[in-house]
Structure formats: C-alpha cells, structure tokens
Design a protein around this ligand. Structure first.
Ligand SMILES: C[S@@+](CC[C@H](N)C(=O)[O-])C[C@H]1O[C@@H](n2cnc3c(N)ncnc32)[C@H](O)[C@@H]1O
Length: 517
C-alpha cells in the first residue's frame, strides 16, 4: 500500500472513514466510564470532530484500534455509523505505536500513569518477565517494576486516584480535542510518589494516604508523600504491637479499640512507648494468673517429679491415637512458659497442646505430617521449621514412641514407620530445628515411653538425652510420668515374672534449655 504521509516521524498509510463494525479495540488502556460519558456529551453537542481520527492498524477484514478506544466506545453508545481513522502499517508494534502516537498527536488524550501501569501489567502477563517488558517498551527495568507496583494497587485506591481529576473544579477529563480543558493525572500526581505509597504494608494505609492526597494533589510534593507514608507506617507498626499484647485477651476489647483509635489519630506519634506501656498496664490489670487459669480447669501445678496423669481430658484435643493427658501440658506450660509466649508443637496429633495453650493464654503453632484439624499445618518436623528463628519460648514434642502406634498414624516420613536408627536420626534433626526456633533461654520438653520387646528394652529417653546434649541443649529436669498398671495385661505380667524381666511402667518427660539467657 502507498505511504501517504508521515506523522511525528511515523509512516501513515491512509486517512479515511471506517464503519464501526470493522473496528475492534486493542484494549491497551482500560476504558474508563466517566471518560466515555464526557466524550458522549461532547459528541452530542458538537458532533464528532473529524480532526480526531482513531489510530488503527489493519487486522484481517477489520481494523485494530490502537488509540481511540474511548472514542470508539462513545460512538458505539451513541449509535454512530462511521468514524475517521488514520491507518498505520500492520508491521508496526501496536504497543510502541500506541505510546508514540499519543506522544505525537495533540488530538489524542495523553496516557496517564495508570494507563501505562495497566499496559505494563498486560505486557508482563503476556511476556512473563520484567526484562522482556523493559525490552519491548525500550524502558529501564526499574521503571517497569515501578509501574507493576502501581498496577497492583487495589481497585479502590485506583478509583480514588482517578476521581481526583474529575473533582478538580470545573476542569474535566475530555478527549474532545479542546486542549484548553484537557487535564491529565500526570499533571497532578507524580509516579515517584508511588515508591512510598506502594511500600506501605497494608492496603488500608495505601487507601488512606491516596485519599488524603486526592483532596488536593497539586499541594503535595514527594517529600510530603514520603513523610506521610513514614508516619502511617509507624502507626501501623505500633498498632500491630498493641494488638500482639491485647488482641484475643478477654475483657480488654474496649481498651484495645480505644488505643488503636488513638494511634490512628496520631495521639502517640511522638511517644509510641506510652501506648505500649498503656497496653501492658491494661493487660496486667485484667490478666488472671497461671494458677487461676489452671484452677479454672481443675488442675494444680505438680510439686514433685512424678506426674500421675492418665487418660484423655475430653475438653482438650480431638480424639487421636496417643493423645497426651492435658495435665502434663498444663504443668509444662506452667513451669516453662509465660502468658503470651509462642509455643511450638511440631507433632500435634489431636492438638491437645493447642487447646491447653489457648486455655493458658499462650500462642501456639502446630504441625503434623497428617493433620486432623484446621489449626494444625501439614508439615514434616524433620524439614526446616516455618517459624521465625529465635521466636519460640517453648517447644513441646510428643513424638510417636517409635513403632508403638505403627499403622495408626499416617503421612509421609512418619516417625512411627521408621527403623530404630532412622527414628533417632530424625529426632536429632527435630531437636536441631527446635533449637533454631527457640529464643535464648527457651525450653524444649519431649515426652517418650520405652519400647519393650523380646526381653529387650529400648529406652528412648536415654538416647534422646544424649542427642539433646549433642545438639547443644542444657539439661533442666526429668519428670517420670507413670502409666497405670491397668494398661498391662495379666499375661504380660506373668511372662515378665517368669522370665525375670522388669516391665517399665512410665514415660519420661525430658526438659532442656537453649543456652544464652
Ligand atoms: C503421639 S502423637 C501426638 C499426639 C498429640 N500430642 C495429642 O495429644 O493428640 C505423634 C504425632 O506425630 C506425628 N508425626 C510423626 N512423624 C512426624 C513428622 N515427621 N513430622 C510431623 N509430625 C509427625 C504423627 O502423625 C502423630 O500425629
């Protein structure tokens, strides 16, 4: 086809009129409702201005509209028959063409940064890497990532930004070629501001700062945006810390709401420590002691190193093979943790530890290779633990007593299914992960019973003690937790007597400590 003219250095094939059925939007920019409405008003009043042709490229039997999708939409809604177009060669990259024609053509409503962000996101989805997008657009990669961050702002934030131009006095966004009235987001907002806005840690903060700016964007400078974002970030961090202290604490709800409200209003901007002191004071005033909490459930701290707890306390944990008696957990929590502490149960089973932690106001994270409840995460305790290193006050381990319940537990890499050597090797790895997760001075409690077979005793507690010391734990205490004699059959007793073999009738609860406090 003959080249008719040059437009801003671009080859133009032809200017003509085309029927609307032949035009298809390329949708490189989002089509915004209010822009279409403004255009419709303008077209109704003045007719379609022939000096504003759509930028198109031939595509099959029709034309792709590279620039002018709002005008196309407005014309469709008004039932127009034809529109003027300027046709560019099909081999031009439509993305570059769209960007260059909007730069070179005063009749095209300039793209704003939200349009560019939309385009970058679209290209990123198509091309898969930021490098490829940068190459396609001829941009720096850092620019691509800045626009991608803008594109991932929540819809509500984008709406507020967009509406900041429509509410500017009587200047509206128009594409009716009346240059005197054209107002663009880029005239009011700077892309550089979004370095600060996008780095805010919560969507509600992004919305808050954008709403504030949108009231009068022309009054803001980058340093104002940066300091507003820094202020919001600090308030957010303070609120998070206050929530850590008071959230979920019964009868502290009112004070929590009041404190968070004051933080939001900036009351504690210059003295954040006062807010935390107040939260601590509220907690202390309301807090029941560990003794009171235990008594509420009918437990008392044990005083001696023999703890006689047998059977399941149905108030704690889901029925599961090998549920631990809740009294053991109450006592371990009482002696080796405090309210608010983080407790890890890496082999949670029916979750007795989780429920007792709740009763004793400890935070608990729990895993199992075969979780049976929603608050237990599927995780193999021999793999690195998904918690912040040094964050836990107590790790409570109630592992399979080697093969005692083989066939009753499920899940891959279940310790119950291993040979003895593998069982000990895995427990050593578990102890290593526990040490990493504990804070200095934090405790590890592990309970285990022996395996007795064919006249042999495998005293796992003795091996665990050696492993724990190898891993670098310090010994704290050892508690004997007897089984009842009812758990041994008359036949076993008779056999043991006859073959002069002592039956071990207890589990060992070993308590160790991570050095450093
Ligand atoms: C004695 S039970 C725990 C019972 C639990 N304390 C309760 O009171 O319900 C041992 C648990 O360890 C889990 N387990 C075994 N191997 C594991 C592994 N590699 N990682 C995580 N959990 C494992 C088993 O699936 C089983 O649920």
């Amino acid at each position: 086809m003959e080249v008719k003219s040059c437009k801003g250095g671009l080859r133009v094939l032809e200017s003509k009129e085309v029927r609307l059925e032949e035009l298809f939007p390329l949708s490189l920019r989002p089509v915004i409702g209010f822009r279409v409405e403004v255009l419709k008003e303008s077209i109704k009043k003045n007719g379609y201005d022939p000096a504003c042709p759509l930028v198109v490229q031939k595509n099959g039997s029709g034309y792709l509209v590279v620039n002018g999708c709002h005008r196309l939409q407005a014309a469709r809604e008004l039932g127009l028959d034809r529109l003027p177009v300027v046709e560019f060669p099909p081999e031009e990259d439509p993305v570059k063409l769209a960007l260059r024609t909007q730069e070179n053509d005063e009749n095209v409503q300039p793209w704003d940064f939200l349009d560019r962000a939309f385009l970058v996101k679209r290209l990123y989805e198509e091309l898969g890497t930021q490098e490829r997008v940068a190459e396609r657009l001829g941009w720096e990669r850092s620019n691509v990532s800045r626009y991608l961050a803008i594109a991932s702002l929540p819809g509500e934030v984008v709406t507020v930004i967009r509406s900041s131009v429509t509410v500017q006095g009587n200047s509206t966004v128009t594409e009716d070629c009346d240059r005197g009235h054209r107002k663009n987001l880029d005239d009011l907002w700077s892309v550089r501001w979004f370095r600060h806005i996008c780095s805010l840690p919560a969507d509600e903060l992004k919305l808050a700062v954008v709403k504030k700016i949108a009231e009068a964007p022309e009054k803001w400078k980058e340093k104002d945006v940066a300091s507003e974002c820094a202020r919001l970030k600090k308030r957010h961090e303070l609120s998070t810390r206050i929530k850590e202290v008071l959230e979920g604490q019964e009868s502290c709800e009112k004070e929590l709401v009041e404190l968070l409200d004051a933080v939001k209003k900036g009351v504690y901007d210059d003295r954040p420590e006062k807010a935390l002191e107040r939260a601590d004071a509220v907690l202390k005033a309301r807090q029941r002691t560990d003794l009171e909490l235990m008594q509420e459930f009918g437990y008392e701290p044990e005083v001696f190193t023999v703890w006689r707890f047998n059977g399941r306390d149905e108030r704690f944990g889901q029925k599961h093979p090998g549920n631990i008696p809740a009294g053991i957990v109450f006592n371990v929590l009482y002696y080796w943790s405090e309210q608010g502490d983080l407790v890890i149960d890496p082999m949670a089973g029916g979750g007795v530890v989780i429920d007792v932690c709740r009763a004793m106001k400890r935070r608990c994270v729990a895993w199992d290779v075969h979780p049976v409840r929603e608050d237990v995460v599927k995780h193999d305790a021999t793999r690195p633990w998904p918690v912040e290193p040094g964050s836990a006050a107590l790790v409570f381990i109630d592992p399979p007593y080697w093969k005692q319940k083989r066939g009753e537990y499920r899940g891959e890499n279940n310790l119950a299914d291993m040979d003895l050597e593998g069982f000990y090797r895995s427990m050593r790895v578990v102890f290593e992960h526990a040490k990493r997760s504990l804070r200095p001075g934090g405790h590890l409690a592990v309970i285990v019973g022996p395996t007795q077979e064919a006249g042999r005793v495998h005293d796992h507690a003795l091996v665990f003690a050696r492993l724990l010391e190898d891993v670098g734990f310090e010994y704290v205490n050892r508690v004997i937790v007897p089984y009842t004699t009812q758990q041994v059959t008359g036949f076993d007793v008779a056999q043991a007597r006859k073959s002069r073999f002592l039956l071990k009738l207890h589990r060992d609860l070993l308590v160790y400590r991570k050095a450093g406090d």
